[in-house]
Design a protein around this ligand. Structure first.
Ligand code: IDP
Ligand code: MG
Length: 150
């Protein structure tokens, strides 16, 4: 079972799309592990996006992610990292496939609604950056055997 960090960015929160995006992940069959509604500090934003430091869009990206609250979450499931990135769609909404969050709900790369970890190493680092161990809830759903082959 894989875990991945998901953020509903300030535009998703401001536009009232938190429920819609969570609903898509739930319906996909992924299981929520942690959630926290929070204002992101500049320090956390800079650590989260450290890999993009120096790129032209970096200052705008830090302003964007700190501009209003976000919904930070951890989701799990088989191949959860790839599954969540697939549900979110390509980084640029106009390149994202129809049916994805970014295609269906967005237009601009700088307002692309969500973040999702892009690999096992980043997922692990990002989950540790955003959540304490005791904020992660290990649990089972009665429905799991109808979603997970196990
Ligand atoms: P990802 O979120 O799909 O993993 P990354 O390439 O890791 O995409 O970029 C991180 C975030 O930076 C994007 O989600 C987007 O919000 C922002 N971003 C990336 N490229 C651009 C750009 O060219 N202009 C403005 N913002 C960008
Ligand atoms: Mg990324």
């Amino acid at each position: 079972m894989e875990r991945t960090l998901v953020l509903i960015k300030p535009d998703g929160v401001q536009r009232g799309l938190v429920g819609e995006i969570i609903s898509r992940l739930e319906r996909r069959g992924l299981r929520i592990v942690a959630a926290k509604f929070m204002q992101v500090s500049r320090d956390l934003a800079e650590r989260h996006y450290a890999v993009h430091k120096g790129k032209p869009f970096y200052p705008g990206l830090i302003d964007y992610i700190t501009s209003a609250p976000v919904m930070a979450m951890v989701w799990e499931g088989p191949n959860a990292i790839a599954a969540v990135r697939q549900t979110m769609g390509a980084t640029r909404p106009t390149e994202a496939a129809p049916g994805t969050v970014r295609h269906d709900l967005g237009l601009e790369v700088g307002r692309n609604l969500t973040h999702a970890s892009d690999g096992p190493q980043t997922a692990s680092t990002e989950i540790d950056l955003w959540f304490k161990q005791d904020e992660l809830v290990s649990w089972r759903r009665d429905l799991d055997r109808w979603i997970f082959e196990e």
